[in-house]
Ligand binder design. Sequence first.
Ligand code: 5GP
Length: 198
Amino acid sequence: MKVLEERIRQEGLILSGTVLKVDSFLNHQVDTELALEIGREFGRIFDNHGITKVLTIEASGIQFAMATGIALHVPFIYAKKKKAVTLTERVYAASVHSFTRQETYQVSISAKYLNANDKVLIVDDFLATGAALVGLVDIVGQSGAELMGVGCVIEKSFQEGRSLLEEKGVRVHSLARIASMSPGEVHFIDNDRIVHHA
Ligand code: 5GP
């Protein structure tokens, strides 16, 4: 998605070899028009898949799952990272290890909102090690729903997430795929260009 790659070039900050900061337009301050366009793009890609629910994980997947749900005219569900006191009913849960924070946490959703009749599209902001998305794939499996695919806004293709998901037979579609990056330089897979930003 060219407009997204352009924004990453213009505003993305590479903090280290592996962390890309996109706080100004994606996951702290959110460019709402861009988020809606991202939702429409996922909507186009997964249009004829009979999706009934979009699933993401709090917090930074929510705006893209909502935009995708709007495009596909279906609800979205976000997995919670802490078991809320209001979640007293049966849940589907999975453990996720965060390599960035070096901690393991539980993600869960109420069993009420996903069942064997559902066709699910998982959406998230980043695909890095894949740990968070593997947790969501696990949750879909517990529900008996059919997983139609995973949509990621930004994929860091030099990390193992995509292959981890593909090994599980999951179809992954990312809107911007970063082959490599270093301060001031981002190399995208699709257009094979090395770009510089100020
Ligand atoms: P995972 O390693 O499980 O694929 O990524 C887990 C989560 O860490 C992502 O959903 C995203 O919120 C966050 N994350 C991973 N890599 C980056 C990054 O380079 N930049 C930002 N801003 N978040 C990241």
